[in-house]
Design a protein around this ligand. Structure first.
Ligand SMILES: [Zn+2]
Length: 68
């Protein structure tokens, strides 16, 4: 019973490690995809013409909403 519990916890740790690797990998792929598609390039706010990013819901300078 103790042995089964120990092997189960090892399996769980392996599962968590696998999940971690997949999460980091998908984050890297997503970041690379965003760079390639140019969605991270600067975007000018229509209200104050300050440079902000479409990644934000509101302008970093004047706080006006950014249309996606
Ligand atoms: Zn603005």
């Amino acid at each position: 019973m103790v042995l089964a519990l120990a092997s189960a916890s090892i399996l769980f740790r392996d599962f968590l490690e696998g999940l971690f690797v997949v999460a980091i990998g998908s984050m890297l792929v997503h970041a690379a995809f965003r760079l390639v598609t140019g969605r991270t390039k600067p975007y000018r706010c229509p209200n104050c013409h300050g440079v902000t990013s479409r990644g934000y819901a509101n302008c970093r300078h004047c706080g006006s909403p950014i249309s996606q």
